[in-house]
Design a protein around this ligand. Structure first.
Ligand code: HEM
Length: 386
């Protein structure tokens, strides 16, 4: 048995996943009692069989309280009702309408650094872009984005060993107070934004509760930000690693959406998701009692050789590419069309405006402090400035 220290967060967790897929694909950590699934088929089952593997696990921790009432932590029938309220805002068609604004923001963020020939691409583009987009959708001041980053960094680092719980409690409290004030303001003065739309929405004649509204806002801010930031950052890592990739994507722009799907598979921004079993069940011959917490390792499923030939090769033309980076089933990522669009626009601009793009030689890349979200803290890059 290969022990799996669940709280470690190496930049290269993939050899360990491989060892687990081979030796103990469904594994119970004896210390914590938590189960872990590493193979594609099992991860797919855990994510999509919602009657057996429930998403209602989150009531205990501080993030649990905040997200408990949000759709990511509910099961049907409530899940379907909540999801139908917001899904209109995130259809590919409504999202496509945001394209001109996303391009404009991307160029505004890149303009000041173009002449410099080097920058931290996370700080300059990959972080601010998705935050500004979601803040504008929600109708909250994008100028507060430094505070959002502070809160969401603390929240996604929840599983960090030695994490300070008082930090988490404070971040959750501050974020809740912030959104309460925004919700109250929209109640008095509705606008053409998501918070106002949610305030007006009814399910079977009933308005959403304040906790549900708060859960939605927090979920959108946290789910929609670090993930898209990391998709953009991870794409730059992938594109600069294999010589010629960036040049090829400039020459063949139609390839970019495929390349982005391959980034989602190869360096999945969300590496793992939790569920809790509702009944006794069997997974790859192992018997899990009802009430077993289980981690579905998306990052490992996406490197499973039974599903993906030569999984360790980053192949911009991979087809089929049925990665699980956005989950599967009823909880399939609501923001997937938006994340794909933002990544496409941002990466197109980066590739065309920063010729000769490379990770700064000698830079030490450090993984963000989270076992769930995968990406680097800083991404120093260089290019040939005109
Ligand atoms: C590359 C970027 C992203 C990745 C990799 C990602 C990944 C995921 C995954 C794996 C899930 C499934 C959770 C589960 O099964 O428990 C999910 C759900 C969700 N995502 Fe994303 N996400 C991304 C971007 C976004 C964006 C931009 C938004 C919103 C603006 C968003 C909003 C949501 C919401 C609301 C859910 C819950 C859906 C439900 O429970 O029905 N995500 N995401």
């Amino acid at each position: 048995m290969v022990p799996f220290p669940a709280l470690e967060q190496p930049l290269n967790p993939f050899p360990r996943y491989e060892a687990m897929r081979d030796s103990e694909p469904v594994f119970q950590d004896q210390e914590t009692g938590v189960w872990h699934a590493f193979r594609y088929d099992d991860v797919q089952r855990v994510l999509s069989e919602h009657a057996t593997f429930s998403s209602r696990f989150g009531g205990d921790g501080p993030s649990g309280q905040l997200f408990a009432a949000s759709l990511v932590n509910t099961d049907p029938p409530r899940h379907r009702q909540l999801r139908s309220l917001v899904s209109q805002a995130f259809t590919p068609r409504s999202v496509e309408a945001l394209a001109p604004r996303i391009s404009e923001l991307t160029n505004e963020l890149l303009d000041p650094v173009i002449a410099a020939g080097s920058t931290d691409l996370i700080d300059q583009l990959a972080y601010p872009l998705p935050v500004i987009v979601i803040a504008e959708l929600m109708g909250i001041p994008a100028a507060d984005r430094d505070r959002f980053k502070q809160w969401s960094d603390v929240i996604v680092s929840q599983t960090r060993p030695g994490a300070d719980d008082s930090d988490h409690a404070a971040a959750h409290r501050e974020m809740a107070e912030y959104f309460m004030a925004m919700i109250e303001q929209r109640r008095r003065q509705p606008g053409n934004d998501l918070i106002s739309a949610l305030l007006g929405a009814e399910i079977d004649g009933q308005k959403l509760s304040v906790m549900e509204l708060l859960g939605f806002c927090s979920l959108l801010l946290v789910a929609g930000n670090e993930t898209t930031t990391n998709l953009i950052g991870n794409a730059v890592l992938c594109f600069t690693e294999a010589p010629g990739t960036a040049e090829r994507l400039v020459a063949e722009p139609d390839l970019l959406p495929h390349a982005i799907e391959e980034v989602l598979r190869y360096r999945s921004p969300v590496q793992s998701m939790y569920r809790i079993s509702t009944v006794e069940t069997t997974l790859r011959g192992r018997s899990l009692p009802a009430g077993s917490p289980i981690v579905a390792w998306i990052g490992s499923a996406n490197r499973d050789g039974e599903q993906f030939p030569h999984p360790e090769v980053f192949d911009v033309e991979r087809s089929p590419n049925r990665h699980l980076a956005f989950g599967q089933g009823i909880h399939f990522c609501l923001g997937a069309p938006l994340a794909r669009l933002e990544a496409k626009i941002a990466l197109q601009a980066v590739l065309s405006r920063l010729p000769g793009l490379a990770v700064e030689p000698g830079a030490t890349l450090e993984r963000m402090e989270s076992t769930i979200v995968y990406g680097v803290k800083r991404l120093p890059v260089t290019w040939q400035a005109a």
